[in-house]
Design a protein around this ligand. Structure first.
Ligand code: PLP
Length: 436
């Protein structure tokens, strides 16, 4: 038995808090994906109370290396000293003001220097603020109403109407958005041929679960240009992870507009729409205005985060860490004879789990068993290695790989038995909503 198994973790306070929370908060949380990180009831934490560097501590006092990272905003590490110092300094000066602050242009200078398409910049709080701003701006600029989407773009009507979770979205709104498969340029070409003169924008995650096929983004650039449709990159996940200039710099394809959020302020709420000046100037014609758009703590945090990521060569180090984790985890899965059922794929910047169901070992059961056994060994994991710089530490890497090795040993045993579900420590939690 590996050492980390010596004492079984308990989640009594988490479970009690969950009962309390669901009485007053629908789903018990503000973010749907956070409701189902632990797929087995009672076999993982439900509430966290603190985080430092690569680690978080739950309300029962269990400590984990966190590979969820708040769903990707944490890019340096929890309570990063440089970011927190910048935030504290700003806190002493004030948070929200009656006029703009110089921080807005200080951050804009950095974004314009780093991101190829960024000639002008606006801020929001959530990713959805700026994807919606991009679509409204594209509609105003082109005078067209329809949009094509390829990925996840937030909770607002124009996008979420294309998903199974579309209750409350009017049919008239749904009809304006076309969901197109990723990495299939022919499908987009076909849509453009049929609806090109009605389309304002094509918005896509330039890289996601799988990277773009060679030439795919270039072809999208050509096709959209040919039809006078704006190309919008949703870089809310790729931004400041795949590289400092986003996927557009990495793949050498410059969109007209791009959306960033999540990692840009190491956990403080900030997003940005950037793009070509001639388009961004049409912001004067549309309405995109929020009380907290210029909130100062997040802007100070973003400046400190971006400066540190550049100084520390952040994206490159995270790529290398991710590549090491992919190789080592796949090695452990092979050693335990699990390579045909579970594998780690994706690219170094965002390694992702692939589950290959077989019989009773459905993808749901495989994923639940893996998360359960990783949590037992001090690893908070969902479906990907969400990376931050604080994880680039030999001790954290060793802790992670020991946990995967121990978890794989348990899975091997569970899968060898008549019903792998008997190894689950509690009932399965209904899976969240997935668009990838
Ligand atoms: C690619 C992408 N776009 C947009 C969003 C929406 O961002 P937010 O949840 O901050 O509104 C997300 C959130 O997960 C995302 O991953």
């Amino acid at each position: 038995m590996d050492k980390s198994m010596a004492q079984s973790r308990r989640y009594d306070k988490s479970l009690a808090m969950h009962q309390r929370a669901i009485a007053s908060i629908p789903m018990g949380t503000q973010t749907l994906s956070k409701a189902s990180i632990s797929l087995v009831q009672g076999a993982g934490p439900l509430f966290l109370q603190s985080g430092h560097g690569a680690h978080v501590v739950d309300v029962d006092g269990n400590r984990f290396v966190d590979y969820v990272l708040g769903l990707l905003p944490i890019v340096l590490g929890y309570t990063d000293p440089d970011v927190d110092a910048a935030v504290r300094e700003q806190l002493d000066r004030g948070v929200s003001f009656s006029l703009a602050t110089p921080l807005e242009a200080d951050l804009a200078d950095r974004l314009i220097r780093l991101i190829p398409c960024a000639e002008m910049v606006r801020y929001g709080k959530n990713g959805s603020d700026v994807t919606t701003a991009a679509i409204r701006l594209a509609r105003a600029y082109t005078g067209r109403d329809e949009v094509a989407v390829l990925g996840y773009h937030g909770w607002h009507d124009w996008y979420i109407g294309t998903t199974p979770r579309n209750a409350g979205v009017p049919e008239a709104v749904k009809r304006l958005t076309h969901a197109v498969p990723y990495n299939d340029a022919d499908a987009l070409e076909d849509l453009l041929r049929r609806r090109g003169d009605k389309l304002a924008a094509v918005i896509l995650e330039p890289s996601s679960k799988t990277p773009p096929l060679p030439g795919y983004l270039q072809r999208l650039r050509e096709l959209t240009q040919r039809h006078g449709v704006l190309l919008v990159f949703d870089e809310i996940i790729t931004g400041f992870r795949i590289g400092m200039g986003g996927a557009q710099a990495y793949y050498g394809v410059t969109p007209d507009l791009a959306c960033f959020g999540k990692a840009m302020a190491n956990g403080l709420p900030l997003s940005t729409l950037v793009g070509r000046a001639d388009i961004m100037r049409d912001m004067d014609k549309i309405f995109f205005s929020t009380t907290f758009g210029g909130e100062a703590l997040s802007l100070a945090a973003a400046i400190a985060t971006i400066d540190k990521l550049e100084r520390e060569n952040g994206p490159e180090r995270m790529w290398r860490l991710g590549e090491r984790l992919i190789a080592a985890v796949n090695g452990a899965l092979s050693r335990h004879g699990l390579a045909n059922q579970i594998s780690m794929g994706g690219e170094g910047w965002w390694p992702r789990l692939t589950l290959h169901p077989q019989g009773a070992a459905s993808a749901e059961v495989l994923g639940a068993l893996l998360r359960q056994e990783l949590a037992e060994r001090g690893i908070l994991f969902s479906a990907s290695f969400n990376l931050c710089l604080a994880q680039d530490d030999p001790a954290v890497e060793a802790e992670t790989l020991a946990a995967f090795d121990g978890a794989a040993a348990v899975l091997r045993e569970a899968l060898a038995g008549p019903d792998p579900r008997s190894a689950l420590r509690g009932p399965l939690v209904a899976p969240g909503f997935s668009v990838r």
